[in-house]
Design a protein around this ligand. Structure first.
Ligand code: GLU
Length: 281
């Protein structure tokens, strides 16, 4: 189905895509969902082939580390979580290398913490690196540097990291891929009458109040985190689409203007200041 609100999505020039652990791994085993990551590599390479700058914010390090170390519960301590992330991140990036290389698409690993953005020189360096990578036709694959990010300096979740990367790089679209179809009028798992909200022009308190009870076991996001992230990205000037990540072809569908997921419209705030935003939220 076509929808007039979305006609401009086909003209996007720089897209940040965030994919969550729940889309990247099989929840029964924590093993990587190869169908998803292979399809993701193909779709993102095709966007690059269209001349669109693409950055991928990927979670999954801790889940993959858990699977590798045979730990079938959430990590008990921060140190354990960090160790699992260190194991898992290496395997995750290797998996991305393998699938992207099928299409001769180069990727780069970028691991960042909140300090990267709060420190003016680090932020500038990160931005310059992104610009070089886009110019070199490379797809940066970004995650939080979990090994050094203690609680005080965590972003909180990768949805927010996706929004920050979108704001930093001046992206015009942020796609948050998750395990739900978008924002609903009520929790669809308990309310059969709930309906997907196709478009949100502004995230106000009423919209925010809809984001309840959608946390899944493996990721840290949940719908509230997605709406906070969307609020930031929209203020920085990017449209945001929250959509289901089990089929990466949804990314093409979004750019084709199909009515899937929930689109939150950009409303650029000329006073948007990334550093201030990170400090305050
Ligand atoms: N950095 C975490 C990981 O790779 C994910 C955090 C999140 O999904 O919000 O496992």
């Amino acid at each position: 189905m076509q929808n007039g609100f979305r006609d401009h999505l086909k003209d996007k020039k720089r897209i940040v895509i965030k994919i969550g652990t729940s889309s990247l791994t099989h929840k029964e085993t924590n093993y990587l969902n190869l169908r998803v990551i292979e399809s993701l590599a193909r779709v993102l390479t095709d966007l690059r082939n269209r001349g669109i700058d693409v950055a991928l914010v990927s979670s999954g390090a801790i889940a993959v580390g858990r699977q590798s170390m045979h730990i079938d519960r959430r990590p008990a301590t921060v140190a354990e979580k960090q160790a699992l992330a260190a194991v898992g991140q290496a395997q995750l990036i290797m998996a991305y290398e393998r699938v992207f290389s099928m299409y001769n698409q180069d990727i780069a690993q970028i691991l960042i913490t909140k300090y990267t953005f709060l420190n003016d020189m680090n932020r500038e360096n990160a931005l310059n690196t992104f610009h070089e990578l886009f110019a070199m036709n490379v797809v940066p694959v970004i995650n939080e540097n979990d090994t050094v990010a203690t609680h005080e300096i965590e972003f909180g979740d990768n949805d927010r990291l996706g929004a920050i990367v979108a704001a930093l790089t001046g992206a015009d679209l942020l796609i948050l891929l998750t395990d739900t179809d978008g924002l609903y009028t009520a929790d669809p798992s308990v309310d059969p009458d709930s309906a997907r909200i196709p478009e949100v022009s502004y995230i106000d308190d009423q919209i925010m109040s809809l984001a309840t009870g959608t946390n899944s076991d493996v990721g840290t996001g949940g719908m509230a985190a997605k709406l906070f992230a969307a609020q930031m990205a929209a203020a920085a000037g990017a449209d945001v689409v929250i959509a289901k990540g089990d089929d990466p072809l949804n990314i093409h569908r979004i750019l084709d203007g199909e009515d899937i997921g929930t689109m939150i419209m950009a409303h650029k705030n000329p006073e948007f200041d990334l550093k201030k935003y990170i400090q305050e939220y």
